[in-house]
Design a protein around this ligand. Structure first.
Ligand code: ADP
Ligand code: MG
Length: 384
């Protein structure tokens, strides 16, 4: 019975305490699938008190009758969502605060991970009837911009890319692989489409098309690849006057990440890691586990350069960023090993701390300033 960490509440955690902030870690249990029921599954996961996950190790029926007890392990997270949790509840608890921070020019990122079929894409993208975090975040963003009647001033840009087999592809405009370059903002994919979005309505269709553009594995026709990572980035730019009445531009970036299936790839010890590397399973996911290990252990050198995914997510893991992880799990005892692995990783991710998150601000050149000042004044007048 390990891991009874005394966790702060979500909002307490997001406050910076000088050492940066801890990553928020959530677990979402999905309902038992029809297939799993038909295969005679039993449920081996129980959510207790909205934050504890109890994973049962099924002994044989005889053992159970003889010992009259169930062996298992408790894990504690910032929240644990039972299978009845709605998409909106997941969004509100995990991501709404990050959207608010992005509107103040800060960076935020949300990772979904777990085995194939555990509910990552459902959580991130969802369906038209039941949209997930990506769509709800953009909807909330536009609502908040409208409420503040800042509309004319905010520019919202979307990019959606895939990392598959160490190749980066643009999901909004499929074509040749993209090259990663380093510029003053960090690592960027050269030539990636930046789609200027004006409303929520267009976004779901755009993202669904993007999702269909994800690489499918030849052996599993019609199924989105379990080895492809999808990253949606939402960039919000706007101008404000700072304390000394100077006009500055603020840029907030929200990254929403649907990771590849974690089965067999998230190794916890170095020996397993090496054997998996030999088997060429998923370099990006392995590199992610190495980076997480190094961050948790407080190492000086974090091996971001080992994969495309970790290069792209460097800011999100070790940089100044509010970071959230959502671990998706199945309730079925047939997925026990994968669930155990996912929970183990989620438990470890609680130890990562990111740097203190400040707003990204740049001064505006004088030539632009007068116009912007006028614009801001007119907007203020309008509001009044
Ligand atoms: P992953 O992306 O992790 O491989 P999916 O999101 O595609 O998994 O989920 C696998 C299946 O389970 C899909 O048919 C999906 O609709 C369903 N599913 C996942 N999570 C939920 C949920 N919370 N409620 C209802 N159905 C879900
Ligand atoms: Mg998926």
């Amino acid at each position: 019975r390990g891991n009874e960490h005394d966790l702060e509440t979500a909002s307490e955690k997001q406050e910076n305490d000088g050492n940066g902030s801890r990553i928020l870690v959530f677990v979402r249990l999905r309902p038992m699938a029809k297939k799993e029921k038909e295969a005679g599954s039993r449920c081996c996961v129980r959510i207790v008190n909205k934050r504890d996950v109890f994973l049962t190790e099924f002994a044989s029926e005889n053992d159970y009758l003889r010992l009259k007890r169930v062996r298992g392990r408790h894990f504690t997270f910032d929240s644990a969502f039972p299978d009845s949790t709605t998409q909106l509840e997941v969004y509100s608890t995990t991501t709404a605060e990050l959207v608010e921070a992005v509107l103040q020019g800060k960076n935020g990122s949300v990772f979904c991970y777990g085995a194939t079929g555990a509910g990552k894409t459902h959580t991130m993208l969802g369906t038209v009837e039941n949209p997930g975090v990506m769509v709800l975040a953009i909807k909330d963003l536009f609502n908040k911009i409208r409420q503040r009647s800042f509309e004319g001033n905010h520019v919202v840009q979307l990019s959606y890319l895939e990392v598959y087999n160490e190749t980066v592809r643009d999901l909004l405009s499929p074509g040749r692989p993209l090259v990663l370059r380093e510029d003053k903002h960090g690592i960027v994919a050269a030539g990636l489409t930046q789609y200027r979005a004006y409303s929520t309505d267009e976004v779901m269709a755009l993202l669904q098309q993007g999702n269909r553009n994800r690489t499918t594995e030849p052996t599993r026709a019609n199924e989105t690849s379990s080895r492809s990572h999808a990253i949606l980035q939402v960039l919000v730019e706007y101008k404000v006057k700072d304390a000394s009445n100077m006009v500055v531009q603020r840029v907030g970036k929200l990254s929403l990440i649907d990771l590849a299936g974690s089965e067999r790839a998230l190794a916890t010890d170095q020996r397993t890691l090496r054997s998996l590397e030999g088997a060429n399973i998923n370099r990006s996911l392995l590199a992610l586990s190495s980076c997480i290990n190094a961050l948790v252990e407080g190492k000086k050198h974090i091996p971001y350069r080992n994969s495309k995914l970790t290069q792209l997510l460097k800011d999100s893991l070790g940089g100044a960023c509010n970071t959230v992880m959502i671990a998706n799990i199945s309730p079925s005892n047939l997925s026990f090993g994968e669930t155990q692995n996912t929970l183990h990783w989620a438990d470890r991710a609680k130890e990562i701390r990111t740097k203190t998150c400040d707003a990204n601000e740049v001064q505006i050149p004088d030539s632009e300033t007068d116009q912007t000042k006028l614009l801001l004044e007119l907007q203020k007048e309008n509001r009044e």
